[in-house]
Every structure is written in C-alpha cells, then in structure tokens.
Ligand binder design. Structure first.
Ligand code: IPE
Ligand code: IPE
Ligand code: MG
Length: 241
C-alpha cells in the first residue's frame, strides 16, 4: 500500500534492524517467551522478501547480542534451536531468491548443530548476487571493535606496518562490515531508544526510526512506513543542506 509513495531513487542501500519485542509480544498473549521468538522468525521471513522487492542491497538483523547470554539458559538455547529451524526451512527459498546469507558475530561458540546450519547457509548462498542478508548472532559492537583493534595490533607487532598507517578505513576493513556500506537506516521495533551495542562503529551517520510495534507484528507495510520516514530525513553529515 505504501509502496507507491516510496521514492525509488531514495531506497536505503543498507537497512539494519534491532528486532526487539518478542518477549512482550508473547507475554501479552500469555505465551512462553520462546513463542514470541518463533513468531519473530515468521516476521523476519516477510521482511527479507520485501527487502529484495524494494531493491535494498543489504539487510542486517540483530538476532542475538553478546549480552543476551544473561537470559535463562532455556531461552538462549531455544533461540539457537529456532535459528537452526529457520535456516533449514528457509534456505531453499532464500537461495531461489538469489539472497546471500552471512552471519556476523562470534558464532564459533554456538552449539554444533547451529554452527553446521550456519555453515550450510553461507556455503549454499555464497555465489548469489541479490540481497545481502546479514544476521548478527552473538554479536556486540564493542566486541567487534576490540577484534579489529587486536588484528591491527598483531600485524603491527609482526612489522607489517607502522602505527601511523592506521586510519578509519583500515579499522573499518577489520569489521564484519568490511566492504559493506554503513547502514543508512536503523530500525528498532519495541519502542526503546537505544542501540544495545548494535553496529556502534557503523551507525555514526545512520538515520534512526523507532517504532512501538513489537517485532512479531512488524509487517512489510510497517517496514515501508519506516522507509518512508527515512526518505523524509535531511542527511547533512555535519555539512549544510
Ligand atoms: C528481541 O526480543 C529478541 C532477542 C533479544 C533475542 P526480546 O526477547 O528482547 O523481547 P522483549 O524486549 O523482552 O519484549
Ligand atoms: C537487543 O535487544 C538485542 C537484539 C534484538 C538481539 P535487547 O532486548 O537485548 O536489548 P535491551 O536489553 O532492551 O537493551
Ligand atoms: Mg528486548
């Protein structure tokens, strides 16, 4: 419905989403939190599809943060199980739609079935040329920066280059987003006005849209509303219009 009103020349290249509100969605219905995460997976499926249709080239979603380990074990491992199911169910359609799947974050410590599903998804879709769909999983912005700094320091230690040659582009090249444009638009569902450690390096000039809609209720139509809001923004990057 909103689609006609979107300016096709100002579609964001990279949209990043903090998919928040699954727990509240479940609580409102008297359901266990995991049911909320399950409903969230369904919502995600539709958003990925609409992203391709709209011509967005990069979609990044925050699925599990480095701080989410503070939750009860049952919820944490339930989320990983759902993820495996999602990948198994969706991989074929994602591949048919030419979507390339990437997983950002330290997923090396996840349960082995989750790791296998991730490897399979990345391998199956690695040559696809459509939407780049990135899932931030056991991801933290501070951990990402720390990883980049460590990698640069170890190369300096080995004599590969000097401290003077460190610049922003070198640091950027050590992030998961190497080669990916910074997010133009960051959407957060669930109504909180914070980043919660998501893409803190890359968000320097991103536009924010926060909606009270809980993630499982975030429809493609709501998605287009957020993009419409983005299109009304004046991006000055510190300069003048
Ligand atoms: C977001 O939903 C999903 C994850 C953090 C894994 P929440 O589970 O945080 O939902 P609320 O914020 O409790 O409603
Ligand atoms: C952010 O949501 C992380 C994800 C959506 C994966 P949280 O629910 O963890 O964020 P806080 O705790 O409200 O900041
Ligand atoms: Mg939350």
């Amino acid at each position: 419905m909103t689609q006609q009103r979107l300016d096709p020349d100002r579609i964001p290249r990279h949209v990043a989403i903090v998919m928040d509100g699954n727990g509240r969605w479940a609580k409102m219905r008297g359901l266990p939190r995991l049911q909320g995460h399950n409903a969230g997976m369904m919502a995600l499926k539709e958003i990925v599809k609409r992203s391709s249709v709209l011509g967005i080239t990069h979609l990044t979603v925050y699925a599990f943060s480095t701080e989410n380990w503070k939750r009860p074990e049952e919820e944490v491992f339930g989320i990983f199980k759902l993820l495996v199911l999602y990948v198994q169910k969706e991989i074929r359609e994602l591949n048919d739609n030419n979507v390339r799947v990437n997983i950002w974050g330290d997923w090396s410590i996840l349960p082995s079935d989750a790791q296998n599903a991730i490897r399979k998804a990345m391998r199956t879709t690695q040559n696809n040329t459509g939407l780049c769909f990135n899932i931030a999983l056991n991801y933290g912005g501070r951990a990402e920066i720390l990883k980049a700094v460590r990698s640069i320091c170890s190369e300096i230690q080995s004599g590969a280059f000097s401290i003077d040659s460190i610049d922003e582009s070198m640091l950027s090249s050590r992030m998961y987003t190497n080669g990916v444009p910074d997010p133009d638009l960051i959407i957060r569902t669930g109504g909180e006005y914070r980043l919660s450690n998501f893409m803190i390096w890359q968000a320097a000039y991103s536009e924010f849209v926060v909606t009270d809609v809980l993630w499982p209720d975030f429809s493609p139509d709501e998605y287009e509303k957020a993009i419409l809001e983005y299109q009304s923004r004046d991006r000055r990057y510190g300069g003048l219009t």
